[in-house]
Design a protein around this ligand. Structure first.
Ligand code: ADP
Ligand code: ADP
Length: 237
């Protein structure tokens, strides 16, 4: 499903973000990547949907190279990948449902979506996505009126509205308190189990990773230093 072949990423200033990464993530897996700040977790995740280009190697998604993809093909691959960020990246002044519907922009190449007029089916899909993260009753609130945990659940719903095959979450709970952290991680796990969406989550703490992951990938200085089942994951990752 997701395959890294000898992937390296060197930033323009010479910093090595990824150093010869080889790994395969199967369809339906729930993988957690752990490592200290600067280990390369974010660089790895951003390479998957090509938020930036890699320097060497190749990344395949469902057997198709995202590294070489251009234009329409790249857009299609990206459409299958929902992304969740630490800081939610919502349009603050917009309503919750509009934020979720923004996951559908580009699905209908008409003027109507640009004007914010979404087909009824899309609105229903957005509502179902909000229901899945238990926040449907907030649909018509302004996004910035919600708590951090609620905003993160809206961003999960936005990813779901893409009907993705893959969800990438870059430190989704880093700015949340312990209770909210649990809710968001529970949501991600449940969605993975119910819908079979391949999920890759970056986390700072190995303890949290142990609670949720079936497989942990440990990173340090741009390299994979551990890859295996949760029980075997050492404290020092
Ligand atoms: P993590 O997500 O594990 O905290 P990152 O992937 O953000 O790690 O960073 C990996 C390394 O790449 C770090 O040394 C970081 O400083 C560096 N880095 C990240 N983004 C950039 C950038 N845009 N330009 C230069 N170096 C970067
Ligand atoms: P995180 O720890 O959540 O990965 P950072 O604070 O490391 O985030 O990075 C914030 C932003 O700065 C990101 O866009 C990242 O790519 C960029 N960045 C990180 N490290 C460097 C660096 N050494 N030089 C330039 N940009 C960097």
């Amino acid at each position: 499903m997701i395959e890294f072949k000898h992937v390296s990423k060197v930033y323009p200033n010479g910093t090595v973000g990824l150093d010869n990464i080889n790994l395969t993530i199967q369809k339906g897996e729930f993988v957690v990547i752990v490592g200290l700040s600067g280990a390369g977790k974010s660089t790895l995740l951003r390479s998957i949907n090509r938020l930036h280009d890699i320097t060497e190697g190749e990344i395949l998604i469902d057997g198709k190279s995202i590294t070489a993809a251009k234009g329409q093909e790249l857009r299609h691959i990206r459409r299958d990948i929902g992304m969740i960020f630490q800081n939610f990246n919502l349009v603050k002044r917009s309503t919750v449902v509009r934020n979720v519907l923004s996951g559908r922009v580009g699905y209908h190449s008409t003027m109507r979506t640009l004007l914010g007029l979404f087909p009824k089916e899309d609105v229903e899909l957005a509502m179902r996505a909000l229901e899945r993260v238990n926040i449907r009753e907030k649909a018509y609130e302004r996004a910035d009126r919600l708590s951090g945990g609620q905003q993160q659940r809206v961003s999960i719903a936005r990813a779901l509205a893409q009907e993705p095959k893959i969800i990438l979450a870059d430190e989704p709970v880093a700015s949340l308190d312990p209770l909210t952290t649990k809710q968001v991680m529970d949501d991600l796990k449940r969605i993975n189990q119910d819908l079979g969406i391949t999920t890759v989550v970056n986390l700072h703490f190995v303890d949290l990773a142990r609670e949720y992951a079936t497989r942990i990938i440990g990173m340090r200085t741009g390299k994979v230093v551990f890859d295996g089942p949760v029980e075997a994951a050492a404290d020092e990752i």
